[in-house]
Write a protein that binds this ligand. Structure first.
Ligand code: COA
Length: 699
């Protein structure tokens, strides 16, 4: 039974049991309404609402969004609870999130285990709290704190919630027993039902200007997103309108959000993230290996960031570098990074010390004899990697997993330099590795299922989103990035300035424009990589000649104070540099390119369609398991706006027919083989299928 009601002497207990997270599906809502009717009519003096399983209600059932809303709605459930004429106490464990927290706000008192947390994460799904949250929370904790909670979507722990006045009591021990004791205390005190709806918000607590400036900040922090701004409107309504009208205002904004493309995209990403770690071909009997200690080779920025990712999850790391000097530098950088987290208040000194202490430096490969998994993060050269792997093969124990962090190189070839290719896998982290959530797990030809399963489980354990990729040049993310980066170069030589290209993509919602990313990463990286390639491998010179010319002028990007832009040495503010425009014009002349004005629309289309077309090829070749995996890669590794759902979801929203037409037109105009429409895209359009249909058939 999803919801049960039990009378225990003078107390009524409403118990919700809808695994895994007690989501408020239609059956649960109906069950609560039935229980409320029983509770109202019996002789009990107070009602406790409690949940079975690992958590209090974690929200509305996300699967129901986008389908016709079935009664009773959550606002109806909440109104019924709030209107009970005896005290109703929510007893919280785990996470009371979204609709679950709104339900708790409709109860008259709230108690929780100290390990619990509460939050309104709707904004992360392109929604707003639509069951009274925007009206009740500011009445309870004030406008500013409520706005912060709702627009960030962040959870707060029980202690903070108690301080803010969200919770009335916290305790350790058996939740139901403690909650019942608390309820009896309330009865003894003669406590009355305490409805938040009857509280008022002082008029002077947040004025018109404060709302305006809050909106302005959100425009920056949540650029392009609709839901955060609507949350502000709802809170304004909470201040300016009677409760009932405020609720109606909130509900209509909520319904707008539910129907919005942004929310559909964010819900897609929510489920895609959870699906990504699953590998359908692996038998259920395969269990991940135990991983207790990690080795990392290379104490550079990448190796250090990877080491921090494991230390942050409490996993000890041996960090190895070929020189004492390199090791010292690497360890010092880790210390500095933890110091920054402490100064920003993200970690306590003690936590930072504990984490640093989990990282032990070494210069001797012998120190890796007992690690369970080792990740190589050395210079991107096949010769160097092969040497490292044959050394690891000698020193690491049997059963240890040998992983490479290569971004492009052939993992099959790396595996072949060991006597245990079944234990070799790619673990491609993204810079800064301690921050970025994406982890590409690259399965080579011989990688065993057990090793893949271990890598996926380990990725989740350290808080990453692991995505499986097959072996090809650049795997999923960088293979697509090459197409996108090429269009940035071509748009430049054909007539667009760097600032136009960057602002078009920023306006679309990308975290950064492609040329700013180049300046941040350093233009010398691509330059050096190209030096190792033959002319044929390098491809069309128009797609790299400007970058090469800038490097040869010493313009290596931000670190040199100049790249595609010039940077103020003090503020690091960027500005357009006429020198760069001269370089672009000169290269255009050299390659006989007739420059013209490019529209913003053309720039945007070319960048996005380049990603999408390659995405379809990657899917067709089986390099990615599913379209959603590609979306997760782009959102978590490349700054693609989550509220557009990733390149493949975005293609679906634009309509595959339209996408195909535009790619065909680019192919006709340019004759370039890379614009030949992907076979899978053509097939889906010809058969009138969507990407979802295709996933259904394949997997
Ligand atoms: N509706 C429907 N299903 C939900 C859900 C919801 N609100 N919240 C979680 N689930 C499902 C997940 O899809 C997953 O299903 P699966 O096992 O079939 O993939 C399962 O519950 C467990 O979720 P998961 O995120 O893997 O577990 P966790 O322990 O890491 O995290 C939560 C639990 C509740 C913190 C997390 O799931 C979460 O943040 N949920 C969303 C909460 C939310 O946004 N609520 C507001 C909705 S408007």
């Amino acid at each position: 039974m999803l919801v049960s009601y039990q009378q225990l002497d003078d107390l009524g207990v409403i118990r919700i049991d809808n695994p895994p997270v007690n989501a408020l599906s239609q059956g649960v809502r109906e069950g609560i309404c039935d229980a409320v009717k029983l509770a109202q009519g019996d002789g009990t003096k107070a009602i406790v609402v409690v949940c079975e399983g690992r958590t209090f209600i974690a929200g509305a059932d996300i699967n129901e969004f986008g389908k016709p809303m079935q009664e009773p709605t959550l606002p109806q459930v909440n109104a019924a609870l709030e209107s009970l004429t005896k005290p109703v106490i929510a007893a919280i464990h785990g996470t009371a999130l979204g609709g679950g927290f709104e339900l708790a706000l409709s109860c008259h008192y709230r108690c929780a285990l100290t390990s619990a947390s509460v939050g309104l994460p709707e904004v992360t799904l392109g929604l707003l709290p639509g069951a009274g949250g925007t009206q009740r929370l500011p009445r309870l904790i004030g406008v500013k704190a409520a706005l912060d909670m709702m627009t960030t979507g962040k959870k707060i722990n029980a202690t903070e919630a108690l301080d803010l006045g969200v919770l009335d009591r916290v305790f350790d021990g058996d939740l139901t027993r403690c909650a019942m004791e608390y309820a009896r205390e309330l009865i003894t005190e003669g406590a009355r039902p305490r409805q938040i709806r009857d509280l008022s918000i002082p008029n002077d607590s947040f004025d018109k200007d404060s709302f305006e400036s809050y909106r302005g900040q959100l425009n920056k922090r949540k650029r392009g997103q609709e839901a955060p701004q609507k949350i502000v409107s709802c809170v304004e309504a909470a201040m300016g309108m009677p409760f009932k009208e405020g609720l109606a205002f909130e509900r209509s904004r909520f319904m707008e959000c539910v129907k919005s493309e942004q929310s559909a995209a964010l819900r897609h990403i929510f489920f895609a993230e959870r699906q990504a770690p699953r590998v359908p071909g692996i038998d259920k009997s395969v269990t991940p290996r135990v991983v207790q200690r990690i080795g990392i080779i290379g104490a550079g920025t990448m190796g250090g960031g990877i080491a921090m990712s494991f230390a942050n999850a409490g996993i000890p790391v041996t960090l190895l570098d070929s020189s004492e000097e390199g090791l010292e530098k690497g360890i010092a950088l880790i210390g500095k990074n933890y110091g920054v987290s402490v100064s920003k208040g993200k970690l306590s000194e003690h936590q930072a010390m504990e984490r640093e202490a989990l990282i032990t430096g070494a210069v001797d490969y012998g120190k890796l004899a007992d690690v369970d998994l080792v990740i190589e993060a050395v210079f991107e050269s096949m010769d160097v990697k092969r040497q490292v792997f044959s050394r690891l093969d000698e020193v690491c124990k049997q059963g240890a997993i040998l992983a490479t962090n290569t971004s492009y190189l052939d993992v099959n070839e790396i595996a072949a330099s060991t006597s245990r290719p079944q234990d070799v896998v790619g673990l491609h982290f993204f810079s800064p590795a301690n921050v970025m959530r994406l982890l590409e797990v690259v399965k080579a030809e011989s990688t065993s299922d057990e090793v893949v399963a271990t890598a996926m489980a380990l990725g989740k354990r350290i808080g990453k989103v692991p995505v499986l990729a097959g072996v090809c040049y650049g795997f999923i993310g960088n293979r697509m990035l090459r197409q996108y980066a090429r269009e940035a170069q071509l748009c430049m030589i054909e007539g667009a300035e760097p600032a136009q290209i960057d602002s078009v993509l920023m306006n679309f919602g990308m975290a950064m424009g492609p040329l700013s990313v180049g300046d941040l990463a350093g233009l010398d990286i691509g330059y050096k990589a190209r030096q190792a390639l033959t002319e044929k491998q390098k491809g069309d010179p128009r797609s790299y000649c400007i970058a090469d010319a800038l490097v040869e002028l010493g313009r290596l990007g931000q670190k040199a104070g100049a790249g595609y832009y010039k940077y103020d040495p003090e503020t690091r503010a960027r500005s357009t540099d006429p020198v760069v425009l001269d370089v672009i014009r000169e290269q255009a002349r050299k390659y006989g390119v007739q420059r013209r004005a490019l529209s913003d629309e053309e720039i945007l289309n070319r960048h996005l369609l380049a990603l999408i077309n390659e995405g379809f090829r990657i899917l067709d070749e089986g390099i990615a398991q599913r379209a959603g995996d590609i979306d997760v890669v782009y959102v978590h590794g490349y700054g693609f706006p989550a509220y557009r759902g990733g390149p493949m979801f975005y293609a679906g929203q634009r309509g595959l027919v339209n996408v195909l037409k535009e790619i065909e037109r680019l192919y006709e105009d340019t004759g370039e083989p890379y614009w030949a429409p992907a076979t899978l895209l053509k097939k889906l359009v010809a058969e009138d299928l969507t990407l979802n249909d295709w996933i259904g058939v394949n997997g």
